[in-house]
Write a protein that binds this ligand. Structure first.
Ligand SMILES: Cc1cc2nc3c(=O)[nH]c(=O)nc-3n(C[C@H](O)[C@H](O)[C@H](O)COP(=O)(O)O)c2cc1C
Length: 198
């Protein structure tokens, strides 16, 4: 059976972004059918009062509205696929605004997670998930020049959806590196386990 992968991209560089290129290479190598949600080509509308009220009025059956329908469509993209790849730049030590808005549409109480006395419980099926993070500078131990709030934040979001073990791979120092894009992409692919690259 063909694997279905949802690719969520959030780079202003669109298809030229190295992270997106790596993601497409991986999907092609896996023979996976790709559903692409490009958050820059098709920006999501900011959250509306209807949406905020639907999520916070403790109403498990909120009134239909356009932003709730958009949330439903984005969640259905997750539900109709088996794997998830997020290719994102780091912007100001965290995730770009476009990706954060996607999070606010898909991480929804009573729909993709439930609140319990023990904490939030994910309601989506667990799936293999890869997050490809591109950054102009360095943020990992040893070469770290800045904090990285993106990884812990996005990991908590994915865990709360029900995705237990997202894997992260990093393309760092992209502003200063002079290596060919193919070299940088190949290095990141090599850093990934067999599960993604063979
Ligand atoms: C608004 C903005 C904020 C950025 N903030 C950071 C940052 O905090 N740390 C960093 O290392 N690079 C930062 N960069 C650089 C990008 O992460 C870098 O250019 C990366 O290669 C972009 O990846 P992309 O090609 O996938 O868009 C920033 C770039 C922009 C446009």
């Amino acid at each position: 059976m063909t694997i279905r992968t949802l690719l969520v991209t959030a780079s202003p560089h669109r298809d030229e972004a190295l992270g997106s290129r790596l993601a497409r290479q991986i999907a092609a190598r896996q023979g996976s059918a790709l559903l692409v949600r490009d958050l820059v080509a098709e920006p999501l509308v900011p959250l509306t009062m209807d949406y905020a009220r639907a999520l916070t009025l403790r109403d498990p059956m909120p009134r239909a509205n356009a932003t709730l329908a958009l949330s439903e469509r984005l969640i259905e993209e997750l539900e109709s696929t088996d794997r998830l790849i997020i290719a994102t730049p780091m912007h100001n030590f965290g995730m770009p605004a476009a990706l954060k808005l996607w999070v606010d549409y898909v991480l929804r109480i009573h729909r993709t997670f439930a609140a319990s006395p023990q904490g939030k419980v994910g309601l989506l099926a667990d799936r293999a998930t890869l997050v490809i993070v591109s950054s102009g500078g360095f943020h990992r131990a040893g070469e770290s020049q800045q904090p990285n709030f993106l990884t812990p934040h996005l990991e908590a979001v994915l865990n709360t959806l029900g995705i237990r073990a997202p894997q992260f791979v990093y393309l760092e120092g992209l502003v200063s590196r002079r290596d060919a894009p193919e070299t940088i992409i190949a290095e990141a692919a090599a850093a990934l386990g067999d599960a993604w690259c063979h």
